[in-house]
Write a protein that binds this ligand. Structure first.
Ligand SMILES: NC(=O)c1ccc[n+]([C@@H]2O[C@H](COP(=O)([O-])OP(=O)(O)OC[C@H]3O[C@@H](n4cnc5c(N)ncnc54)[C@H](O)[C@@H]3O)[C@@H](O)[C@H]2O)c1
Length: 320
């Protein structure tokens, strides 16, 4: 198989690239490097089955050129910072919806029939059914969630128009090796600046579950192998839920900081548009035989250790 991975130099995308290469597939990484890290894909540079294209998904002409002969698109490139949509109302539209439409256009022109799409639990917003199943309606509270939900609907229509098959994955937050943004990253950055105090957004009671990256990649490939619908929608998450104060304790503990005082911004959410309680129902995924190897807490420990052992990753990401 020849796969094109948009966002393949990012946290999750680079793990998907590793898996495809392990399977013996040909891989094109298509990434503009806005948040990607070259070190994550460098080990493949000498591999004749690997190609790196530094380009933007907003450049539809380039996408169409690079999509020639491709069998499967893994579409992960996105503006993944949920908070910034509050101040910039166009960024999610451009990067996450129009970017996706460009990917679909390039697929159509090159007769590529299969797409895996990185969607998000944010499409559900503040769900009233917890754990939230896949058939819960879209009620996003952020423009990021709105753009991802819209992208899902465009994918569904392209599947109908052009006989494509889609694998749509609604992720909770991922953690693990190569993690470059999110709670653990922010907390370690803050603790480095001031090891005595950790300022926490919200009141610390927000509850989240975190999925370990290798479990997430296993889940994606399990679904691709076993799911047989035209449009396959799966929640990807972890059953263990943990509040932000407890997460902070895990991170502080693993990092070895002592007597850290927690202060709180207040309010029941981290920011406007955040979701207070994120726990997805993963029965559909588990029915395919998938099981997480790490709990939420274990994932947070591994991530903290990884970032402490790789200060260069924090440094490179902070410079972006
Ligand atoms: N990390 C999570 O917890 C999480 C949760 C839910 C959904 N997602 C989704 O999963 C996908 C991957 O997330 P990630 O955590 O690996 O993020 P990431 O920022 O590490 O990776 C995104 C990659 O896309 C590239 N990119 C961004 N905009 C681009 C553009 N216009 N053209 C080409 N390349 C572009 C970046 O350089 C980066 O390498 C995203 O679609 C994100 O929305 C992630």
């Amino acid at each position: 198989m020849k796969a094109l991975v948009t966002g393949g130099a990012g946290f999750i995308g680079s793990h998907i690239v590793d898996r495809l290469i392990e399977q013996g597939d040909e891989v094109i990484v298509y990434d503009n490097m806005s948040s990607g890290i070259e070190d994550f894909i460098k080990p493949h540079f000498e591999n004749p089955k690997f190609k790196f294209v530094q380009a933007d998904i907003l450049d539809v002409g380039k996408l169409k050129t690079e999509m020639k002969g491709v069998d499967f698109v893994f579409h992960l490139a996105a503006h993944a910072d949920v908070r910034s949509g509050f101040d910039d109302h166009k960024i999610d539209l451009e990067q996450n919806l129009i970017g996706t439409i460009n990917v679909l256009e390039a697929m159509r022109e090159n007769n590529v029939k299969k797409i895996a799409f990185a969607s998000t639990s944010s499409v559900y917003g503040d769900a009233t059914i917890i754990p939230t199943p896949e058939d819960y309606p879209f009620f996003p509270t952020s423009l990021y969630g709105a753009a991802k939900a819209s992208a899902e609907t465009y994918i569904s229509v392209f599947c109908e128009y052009y006989d494509m098959t889609a694998y749509i994955f609604r992720f909770v937050s991922w953690v693990g090796e190569r993690y470059t943004h999110g709670l653990v990253f922010d907390f370690l950055n803050k603790l480095k600046k001031d090891p005595t105090t950790l300022h926490i957004l919200g009141d610390g009671t927000q509850k989240k579950s975190y999925l370990y990256v290798k479990d997430g990649v296993d889940a994606i490939f399990t679904v691709i192998e076993k799911a047989k619908e035209k449009i396959n929608v799966y929640n990807l998450g972890n059953d263990e839920i943990i509040n932000v104060t407890e997460s902070a304790k895990v991170i502080v503990d693993e990092a070895g900081y002592k007597d850290v005082k927690f202060t709180y911004a207040g309010g029941d959410k981290g920011w406007i548009g955040d979701n207070k309680y994120v726990l997805l129902d993963t029965k559909k995924l588990q029915s395919l035989g998938w099981k997480a190897s790490k709990t939420t807490r274990e994932g947070l420990h591994v991530t903290t250790r990884y970032l402490l052992d790789h200060p260069e990753v924090i440094e490179k990401r902070n410079k972006k």
